[in-house]
Design a protein around this ligand. Sequence first.
Ligand code: NAP
Ligand code: GLV
Ligand code: GLV
Length: 314
Amino acid sequence: MKILITAELPFEIEKYLKDYELDYNKGDQLSPKELKKRAKDADGIISMLSDKIDKELIDSCENLKIVANYAVGYNNIDVQAASERGVAVCNTPDVLTQSTAELGFSLMMAAARRISESEKFTRAKKFKGWKPDLFLGMDLHGKTLCIFGFGRIGQAVAKMASGFNMNILYNSRSEKTQAELLTGAKKVSFEDMIRKSDFVIITAPATPETKHKFTMQTFRQMKSSAVLVNIGRGEIVKESDLVVALQNNVIFSAGLDVYEFEPKIDEGLFKLDNVVLAPHIGSGSFATRDAMAKLCCDSVIKVFKGETPHNLVS
Ligand code: NAP
Ligand code: GLV
Ligand code: GLV
């Protein structure tokens, strides 16, 4: 059995998968052409969220049984095309929930308290002494946090927020009774969520329904003191509109881990002080990236053995 691993992982994968033939790409990201060529005779692929696993690629594979995505989001994979060809698709749920929520919370605090901006100021040796009005920002305690996409990560954010004494609202397709009991969160309509929130955090997946859910029209309905954080997927926010909203102080600030046209980032964002920019590192802790790699390997092994992994999405 041959496994294509499309990027170097912070994990001893060659040791863990020693019983299999590996095509391990330790170089730059594979181009679509190279990916197609190397996937052709693979029995399994461990893919990254930056690899496009589309119908054309899936159809051109001769032996493919499983695609294990090194991410919980799988909008880079045509799951329907895979299902039609009997190819299993797995992701990495649960193991990255807390780490990603922690990054989201860090961005929320950084954007509220202007950490990036004031850090730049301090490094530039501009700090000449304590001042009552230096870099004033927004409090979290007592404020309303709205969570768009109240799944595993959204609910983990809610637990953290309840420790900060925040009021929690959420918008999801279904009601989450248990999480409501645990965190005091309440389900509201999208419009209510937008109008009432001091903080909005996006923890939804990229789907046709969530694409461009946040545009200038949305920002105009938000409080001018509101902070927006996106750790879901870039395309949920119309990035060019967010730039204009931040330029004109339509909202207070933003914290972003994901971008609409990744890895490209709207030039306008680089010029702004009221945005914190992270390079898609939500799950990026040593322990979590290790657990994600192990889960991908275990998923491949299970499918090769004819078993059904718990993290099957196809
Ligand atoms: P999850 O448990 O499936 O949660 C996703 C939630 O989004 C679900 O509660 C779902 O609602 C909700 N949702 C889906 N479509 C919606 C819509 N149209 N309107 C409102 N809510 C909607 O997934 P997760 O593990 O929390 O991960 C969520 C996403 O985070 C991933 O898909 C990925 O894009 C992103 N992510 C980013 C990073 C990063 O590095 N920044 C890391 C990990 C994950 P229902 O439950 O009602 O269906
Ligand atoms: C990261 O973005 C993931 O979906 O795991
Ligand atoms: C600030 O450093 C304070 O003591 O209030």
